[in-house]
Design a protein around this ligand. Structure first.
Ligand code: F3S
Length: 400
């Protein structure tokens, strides 16, 4: 892999141990993927998870004097103030949270703590080369915005952030952005949950492929696209898709598909089978957990209309995870008060895959997110999957 003189100096440790470690990692990634050289990036997003491995890496870079040289936002860990006294936490878990925040602060990252930076405060433009981790981010950044990122892990995204570079391979290269699956969608899609269901179904079929969707009726909303990408990247590792006549590269280049692309059809029966595989059939629930990825302000407004004047069942805890920005807008607009009056807990800066939700392990919950169900199942919680309205109706009754 070709390195410039400055990159060689960084690798030799002349610009500090933190930058040397970052360069060592990026060179290893580049060589693994046969990258010919590095290219500059203009922004990054790091999937800060408050898990020991990631925090160790961030601390090593910070201790070695590295600083982010491009705008770098961060994923949510959990909100210490909100959950103090609410969740049963062990000292080491609290300590890990504080060490994580401290490391990223020393690195000069933007402590935004949201998993939807691509619709908030870190939005790349068409054609921009960036390094985004957080599995829901690359599908949105590549497909909807037309910017270019590989599906980074948090260590490689952070290394790219402190060097302002990434190896030139994968989706940074024009010819690698063509679809290798044509997917004819025959099932109707009526909102984010249906788009998520399509994503979770298809990700398991195409793996790391690039689907080109045809047959989707109407114009997908921002929330539809967030759910589609998040779920494609949960059952599979899809980092890019095209939608006929809609996503920018499909509009610019028409049917941008490789010659021997495989054709798939997705009908109602396929989605029904996928639902049966993913969702528990029902029963009494302990929790409804929404906002994975973080709910937008518009979703908070929509749920407030359903919750207005109602009260959730006393045996159910309703959590809605969102960004600080959407939470503040909801507070100012009176939307938050409606949700809280119904018994809902809206929380920012928090991910579902954290110990703060420990008390729901080995119980049944309800959610509109397959990604949430996937991660929390590993912690022993099972879920009924349903759209937002059905989840809220389950919260009123205490069962589904
Ligand atoms: Fe966000 Fe955590 Fe879900 S980062 S997308 S709430 S798994």
């Amino acid at each position: 892999m070709y390195l410039t003189e400055q990159e060689e100096r960084i690798l030799g440790g002349e610009e500090g141990e933190g930058r040397r470690l970052a360069m060592e990692l990026l060179v290893a990634v580049g060589e693994a993927f046969d990258a010919e050289r590095m290219i500059p990036i203009t922004r990054a997003h790091v999937a800060t998870s408050a898990q020991e491995g990631d925090t160790y890496w961030a601390s090593r870079l910070a201790d070695g004097g590295a600083r982010c040289v491009v705008r770098t936002t961060t994923n949510p860990p959990w909100d210490y103030e909100f959950f103090s006294g609410l969740a049963e936490l062990q000292d080491w878990e609290v300590s890990l949270l504080h060490r994580t925040v401290d490391a990223y602060r020393r690195l000069g990252a933007v402590l935004s703590f949201s998993c939807t930076p691509y619709v908030l405060d870190n939005v790349p433009s068409f054609g921009e080369h960036v390094a985004f981790s957080e599995s829901s981010a690359p599908p949105y950044v590549n497909s909807v915005l037309g910017a270019r990122t590989n599906r980074e892990g948090s260590p490689s995204a952070l290394a790219a952030a402190v060097l302002g570079r990434t190896p030139y391979y994968g989706l940074h290269i024009e010819e690698n952005r063509k679809a290798n699956y044509v997917v004819k969608v025959e099932a109707p899609l009526r909102g984010p949950f249906d788009y998520g269901l399509l994503g979770i179904h298809l990700g398991g079929v195409v793996g790391s492929g690039i689907p080109y969707f045809s047959g989707i009726k109407g114009t997908p909303s921002r929330e539809d696209l967030i759910y589609l990408g998040a779920e494609l990247a949960t059952s599979g590792s899809v980092a890019m898709y095209h939608i006929e006549g809609f996503t920018p590269e499909a509009r610019l280049k028409g049917n941008d598909v490789i010659g021997d692309a495989e054709t798939l059809e997705v009908g109602i029966e396929d989605l029904r089978d996928t639902m049966e595989r993913w969702s528990e059939s029902g029963g009494r629930i302990s929790s409804v957990i929404l906002g994975c990825p973080h709910y937008t302000y518009e979703q908070l407004v929509e749920m407030s209309r359903i919750l207005r004047g109602k009260r959730i069942h006393p045996s159910v805890d309703l959590y809605i995870l969102t960004s600080k920005h959407a939470l503040e807008m909801a507070r100012r607009s009176g939307v938050l008060g409606v949700i809280q009056a119904a018994g809902g807990r809206v929380v920012a800066d928090t991910c579902i895959d954290q110990p703060v939700f420990r008390k729901y392990e080995r119980t049944l919950g309800c959610t509109d997110s397959f990604k949430n169900a996937y991660y929390r199942r590993r912690r022993g919680q099972k879920f009924v999957l349903a759209d937002m309205r059905t989840c809220l109706e389950a919260a009123f009754r205490g069962e589904v």
